[in-house]
Design a protein around this ligand. Sequence first.
Ligand code: SAH
Length: 288
Amino acid sequence: MTAFRHNQTCHFGLDEAPLAPGEVAIVGAGPGDPGLLTLRALSLLQQADCLVFDRLVSAEILAMARPEARRYYVGKASRCHALTQEETNALLVRLAGEGQRVLRLKGGDPYIFGRGGEEAEYLIEHGIGFRVVPGITSASGCSSYAGFPLTHRDYAQSVTFVTGHCKGDRDLALDWAALAVPHHTTVFYMGLANAELIRRELQAHGMPAETPVALVERGTTPEQRHVLATLGDLVEVIEREAFRPPTLIVVGEVVSLAETLAPAMTRLARTPEDAIDALAQGMGRVAL
Ligand code: SAH
């Protein structure tokens, strides 16, 4: 692939075969901001005959596909699927079987709590060729946009991504002792409904009530809102501020860095006027 910048040509090491008829590309769309889409995702988006997408894929990203591409919404709000996973799997196989070039677009990264692995297994069982394109996972997007790192040599040497929601509403069986250690960051995906359990178990395993926690809702989108709280008042803050999915809960000392880093960051265009200003200054988005 080739891109042009300041009249220079730069080549990406991206000798990707075109999406073939009857093939499925399982592609991460990132957490929302179209600027976080990868070049591979964009290239495949512009080749696909049909898109099979989740709730978390932003409208701006869908708008980058070919206008004639057929669009299939398969939902994925927890407990409220437009299609079951089995129906989604079957749809992918049917569309590929018709010889379509299929783009399976997922929020964030398809292999991080995205069921990309399950879909890939199903495609193999049915003899369908596929490729997988990683995306920026919401933990990365939300932490950057809310103004804190996930690791920092002074505050956290490790980070764990955890699902706060289990298949078939089974109990959340996590290694709480391993998560409650100091100098560690834990990111809970899909954690809102189990926030009280998360608070209780982490405190029961020795984590102090004053440990900083960030809640980031719709991170990297114009609707992003985030609140810095503590473990002890996590549930109260979720209720008071009426947080709704998609929200990430990030627990650890790194979160407190948002107080110094966030105000110092260059603000992103948040309103159409801001976006026009940015364009006028030559900083706008790439024209597609
Ligand atoms: N594959 C996705 C995760 C899917 S699980 C990824 O890599 O990010 C769905 C959960 O991800 C949501 O319940 C929420 O906890 C989190 N999430 C996804 N996008 C988000 C966003 N823009 N802002 C906050 N949380 C998000």
